[in-house]
Design a protein around this ligand. Structure first.
Ligand SMILES: O=C(O)c1ccccc1NCC(=O)[C@H](O)[C@H](O)COP(=O)(O)O
Length: 212
């Protein structure tokens, strides 16, 4: 599975969907330079009717249930990614509220303890997303991290790798960790929220041997 995250422009979303990615992400975190409001998301998702299998991911961090509900409804997204310090209890509540949505829990990995914590979420979600840890930033850091930590990571649910991936290091990352999916943002970006379509194309070319 391939997710390109942090989109803010409809023409880019259409081009990226045409290239055959599995998921596109919208950052619904107000402090992010990639923030996009629910009505802008709607403007984009309504142009993606021709891609029924595409996961349209709303990325949230430490936001209230009501905000998530509103964004899901207006933005017509079908996947919820929790990228903050959401508790297992909150994730369970969300699962109950959105039984038919794909649910992703993201965690910033600092050490083995982070991975032990990630495993607590495995029975509660559809996908775990393991990202770079940063003391001040929640995501979209562009920082690669010590993927060796993941060599024997088997959480019991599908998991995706994120954090500083780009067309040049993605093969090494996949060979080392064997994830079920990968997620890229700044590694295929011109500026926050504006993707570099040439880099997305290069990425897809590079990933050809690893994709169905
Ligand atoms: O991208 C952001 O600005 C962001 C802000 C707050 C929470 C999450 C955010 N991004 C989440 C993602 O899924 C990114 O794709 C992931 O962190 C990887 O980013 P990068 O290292 O830039 O490839």
């Amino acid at each position: 599975m391939l997710k390109i995250c942090g989109l803010t422009q409809a023409p880019q979303a259409i081009e990226i969907a045409k290239l055959g990615v599995d998921a596109i992400g919208f950052i619904c975190v107000p402090l992010s330079p990639r923030y996009i409001d629910p009505f802008k998301i709607q403007e984009i998702t309504e142009k993606l009717a021709g891609f029924p299998n595409l996961l349209r991911v709303g990325v949230f961090a430490n936001l209230e249930l009501e905000t998530i509900q509103k964004t899901v409804d207006i933005g017509q997204i079908n996947t919820i990614q929790l990228h903050g310090q959401e508790s297992p209890e909150f994730v369970t509540t969300l699962r109950t509220k959105f039984p038919n949505y794909t649910l992703i829990k993201a965690l910033g990995v600092k050490d083995q303890a982070s991975l032990d914590q990630a495993k607590i979420y495995a029975p509660l979600v559809d996908i775990l997303l393991l990202d770079a840890y940063h003391p001040e930033q929640l995501g979209g850091t562009g920082r690669a991290w010590d993927w060796n930590l993941l060599k024997h990571f088997r959480p019991g649910c599908p998991w995706w790798l994120a954090g500083g991936l780009n067309p040049d290091n993605v093969v090494e990352a996949i060979r080392l960790t064997n994830p079920d999916g990968i997620d890229l943002s700044s590694g295929v970006e011109l500026s926050p929220g504006v993707k570099n379509l040439t880099k997305v194309q290069a990425l897809i070319q590079t990933l050809q041997p690893f994709r169905p």
